[in-house]
Design a protein around this ligand. Structure first.
Ligand SMILES: NC(=O)c1ccc[n+]([C@@H]2O[C@H](COP(=O)([O-])OP(=O)(O)OC[C@H]3O[C@@H](n4cnc5c(N)ncnc54)[C@H](O)[C@@H]3O)[C@@H](O)[C@H]2O)c1
Length: 392
């Protein structure tokens, strides 16, 4: 049990499991968020996120949540996990900057500030550290230490009732995923390494700088976006060539090295993969470098809802049914299986495209009831001329 106090700022898909983990590992944990509904739920022992492990863990009220930043003044470590979205394909750091200033104002001397939000290289050194100094007069490495440890959590991949061996991601829970971190002071690196080694059962690799740690995360998610774009492009090409893409990927996947199977789909969703590449694209563009490859991947993946609708229209033509006036059951709204997160989900683009073509769309996802048009599968399928399932 540690006598250190940790304040986790931003209790979402990242911050909430992190706060649960730090509390379980014996840190005196406080959770801070601006969303009063979320705070109320957490303090009443309910999880604001549909996740079996979180629902179970929060029942015992492992930490207290608040919308006040006052308790930061007693924290040894303040960890920020607020959203870093894009607006019109451009990074929007407003939320992170606001949260950072609010935290920095209360940071006690010698404390450690950790940024877990996904950011492009340069954000800590070139934006956050100068901003903190401007607003509070506090200097990094002297008044406080700063580290960046990009989060790698993979929500929804480990159902609570999963049995080891039947889920390939069973070993990649928050606690057991290897991490990288960077700091710009020896003390910051030492303190943040000690913290993550205390809460994780995984390798924590120190990087030579904060900038490298920031770059690791955008590279990981850009890698995924590019690989998905590649198979999506193949899916569109092979459709014309009359070759079954899934069979071909299964075949290629028998190669034991230098091939990694990715699957085509209706697009890429979630708060990370369709968002993070824009952070690198924009930062590099400020230095006069154009990331053509990343832009192309974004373009291909963003075009997949249209291709999906084209395929459906073709299939309906085969049975002499016009899309206009048809009822389409749209099954699956969250961005991937077993999560309630439907941010940036291509399913909504598919829905809008179908509606623009005069189809009646009945959407249903048991994990995303708030965005569903009906509350059960039977009602979604009733009267449907076609059903489209986005689950994998
Ligand atoms: N969701 C993922 O799977 C995932 C994985 C790895 C990294 N990330 C990164 O982690 C960061 C957080 O993502 P998320 O999915 O947890 O977001 P989220 O929207 O689920 O949660 C963020 C929380 O921050 C709160 N918040 C907003 N402004 C605040 C402020 N000024 N002060 C305090 N709280 C504030 C919101 O109310 C919300 O509860 C992002 O940078 C994201 O790219 C997310």
């Amino acid at each position: 049990v540690s006598d250190k106090k940790v304040a986790v700022v931003g209790l979402g898909y990242v911050g909430l499991p992190v706060a649960v983990l730090t509390a379980r590992k014996g840190f005196k944990t406080i959770g801070i968020d601006l969303d009063e509904t979320k705070i109320k739920a957490i303090n009443e022992g309910r999880s604001p996120i549909e996740d079996k492990a979180l629902i179970q863990a929060l029942k015992s009220k492992p930490f207290v949540a608040s919308s006040s930043f006052d308790s930061i003044s007693e924290a040894d470590i303040a960890l920020i996990a607020v959203p870093t979205p894009v607006k019109n394909e451009l990074p929007d750091l407003t939320i992170l900057k606001n949260a950072t200033v609010a935290v920095a104002e209360k940071l006690p001397p010698k404390s450690l500030l950790i940024i877990e939000s996904t950011i492009n290289p340069g954000v800590c050194d070139e934006e956050l550290i100068p901003l903190i100094e401007e607003k509070t007069g506090k200097k990094a490495g002297i008044d406080y230490h700063i580290a960046h440890c990009p989060e790698r959590i993979n929500p929804g991949k480990v159902p609570a009732d999963a049995v080891a061996g039947n889920n390939q991601d069973i070993n990649f829970g928050l606690e057991t995923i290897n991490r990288v971190l960077g700091s710009n002071s020896d003390k910051g690196l030492e303190q943040s390494l000690a913290f993550y080694n205390a809460i994780l059962d995984a390798e924590v690799k120190p990087m030579a700088s904060i900038k490298e740690a920031e770059a690791v995360k955008v590279v990981e998610n850009s890698f995924r976006d590019i690989n998905i774009a590649f198979v999506n492009e193949l899916a569109m090409s092979f459709h014309k060539l009359g070759i079954n893409i899934e069979n071909v990927i299964d075949g290629a996947a028998t190669k034991p090295y230098a091939f990694m199977a990715h699957r085509p789909g209706a697009g890429v969703g979630g708060h990370c993969i369709p968002v993070d590449p824009y952070y690198l694209i924009e930062y590099a563009s400020g230095f006069g470098f154009e990331h053509d490859f990343l832009r192309m991947a974004r373009k291909i993946n963003s075009g997949m809802p249209q291709f999906t609708v084209d395929l459906l229209q073709e299939a309906l033509n085969e049975v002499s049914t016009p899309l206009k006036g048809s009822t389409i059951a749209l099954l699956g709204l969250s961005y991937k299986s077993n999560v309630d997160d439907d941010r940036e989900s291509p399913a909504f683009v598919v829905k809008a495209l179908l509606q623009n073509l005069g189809a009646k769309v009945v959407a249903f996802d048991p994990h995303s009831q708030k965005s569903s048009d009906v509350d059960n599968l039977d009602d979604a399928l009733k009267n449907a001329n076609a059903a489209r399932n986005y689950g994998t």
